[in-house]
Design a protein. Structure first.
Length: 128
């Protein structure tokens, strides 16, 4: 990239990616906690929503760590040390696991919230 003159474009792209990562973290916190409010305190719905927010934050932080690691890897012109390649790949794998869990937990939060709301309506006495 340096020899080809595209390193500056790479850095700009990575900086834009950091902004995207920050938006994923903020969205994950906002959406996860919003969904958590579907449940009562200490309910499964509340716990699932908060866990979704937590995994979204973890995924974003792992993505940012992977981006920072890519800058370290750029220092090696020809051969990247294997241990650094494993670390970089581990950040990527853990990022995808975290973000997938965040999405699955968000879906589970909606499902449990709808079910508990429906059960709550069935339990309420009706006015005669």
């Amino acid at each position: 990239m340096r020899e080809g003159g595209t390193f500056g474009i790479y850095v700009q792209t990575q900086l834009f990616d950091f902004a995207f990562i920050a938006s994923v973290i903020v969205f994950g916190i906002c959406f996860g906690t919003l969904l958590a409010r579907m449940g009562q305190a200490r309910s499964l719905t509340r716990k699932l929503g908060l866990a979704a927010a937590g995994f979204a934050v973890a995924g974003g932080l792992l993505d940012a760590s992977g981006n920072l690691m890519s800058f370290i890897l750029m220092q090696f012109a020809t051969v990247i040390p294997q241990v650094l390649a494993y670390i970089y790949s581990s950040f990527a794998v853990l990022k995808f696991i975290s973000l997938t869990l965040a999405m699955a937990l968000a879906l589970a939060t909606v499902i449990t919230g709808v079910i508990s709301s429906g059960l709550g309506m069935l339990r309420r006495p009706t006015a005669a």
